[in-house]
Ligand binder design. Sequence first.
Ligand code: ME8
Length: 520
Amino acid sequence: MSEKTFYITTPIYYPSGNLHIGHTYTTVAADTITRFKKLKGYDTYFLTGTDEHGQKIQKVAEEAGVSPKAYVDGIVAGIKNLWDTMNISYDQFIRTTDPEHEKTIQKIFKKLYDQGDIYKSTYEGMYCTPCESFWTESQLVDGKCPDCGRPVEKASEEAYFFKMSKYADDLLKYIEEHPDFIQPESRKNEMINNFIKPGLQDLCVSRTSFSWGVPVDFDPGHVVYVWIDALPNYISALGYLNDKPDLMARYWPADVHLVGKDIIRFHTIYWPIILMALKLPLPKKVYGHGWILLKGGKMSKSVGNVVDPVVLVDKYGVDALRYHVLREMSYGSDGVYNEDLLVSHINSDLANDLGNLLSRTLAMTEKYFGGVISEDRETGDFDDSLIELAEKTPAVVSDYMDKLDFSRALEEIWKLISRSNKYIDETQPWVLGKDPEKKARLAQVMYNLTECLRIVTVLISSAMPQTAEKMAEQLKCPAEYLTWDSIQKFGRFPEGIEVKRCEALFPRIELNKKEETVKE
Ligand code: ME8
């Protein structure tokens, strides 16, 4: 087993309804970086799952006339199907209704209570039911919830509190001493200036107003506040305070918690403070990506303006969708979902640039060499600059991947694809093919193109695993030449391989065949 480990998590999503393209983006991004780290020899662990307790779920289940557990079971089955459809290679799917998780939460709550970090008092505040958050008057924006803009209600109840303020200085110090902890940088400043520096309030961590939650075992009637139930999933999944084989020692602290910017506050304030209280190391990085917006607004289950990824995959294929969301969301910023853009990515980047490079190269190799490129080869103009780019690209892609800048990583891969297409225009193999004297030069041109395709296959394999498989199959490239090490040096494509052109990787989409896939 590799010494280098990489533990990544997505948020555990609310199974209040089916997931949409926003959740799909986070999960595809986590899958892509996991596959990439695996390619580079890391022992990876990828956790995703569902956050199943709370008043909101209890309400939708009641409306549907079923028990909360029956309701979430149905939604979770759909989510697991979605991740299979999206080719998500998670190692574990945690549900907060898993008995082991519930036991761990009770133990954590008790431990924090016993050591004096949790105490009992009365809560009075403004409560936002959809967000399950209490707010102080000063945090409200125009009298409404600062997170979702919906109305809040005055509420008061007996509750347990967590002494957040006790850890505020330590948290600030940690954030300042670990510049990579909150990414991107702009989110870090927002957390420090808007939340930590103005002073942390003690956090209300139990509820008595509803029952669908993990019971506080030493005080019946109280259930654990949903974020205290949800955040520790990242350690309960690894067996923390549990008698399962302990993955904690191997994978904790997490390398990245990948989250949307809507929940970065919970992950960079509450979660590190819980960990400090438990005397556990903090995650190395919390990365808050932007939102996928739809016609000017954020897509959201509760607003109801969602794009169903299953419908898009049916229509366009899994890798087209994976490529589109990864390419469209630039680092840390919001992206707009737009079906025209998806179709244009398919036609231009995937069908035209990548698909044509593969089919033209293989077709010419078959035509001029019966599929097996001759070993008698002659270098010539344009080779050096192509080879230089091909040898430089893996390291550049790797840097962007490590920063979770998928869009730029793909852009760099596409520079090599475009350069290869340009090389075809420059060397004009169809002209060389007419002259028997130029056979050796033609062989070198085809070899260089095939070699670029091998390198591209490896580079895209994390973002588009299915396409990489199809390419490897047509290139007939043995697995040992599809490793990260094997693409560091140009010229490893083995001799004597007979390539075989099959169907196009991405058929072009005719624009008039596209229908709107947004439900509004
Ligand atoms: O917040 N654009 O669950 P959730 C991009 N259970 N990403 C989006 C998105 C959009 N329009 N909409 C959702 C919860 N997401 C809690 C998490 S973790 C301990 C508990 C993604 O179902 C994004 O990752 O509301 C966001 O943070 C997450 O889904 C919220 O999912």
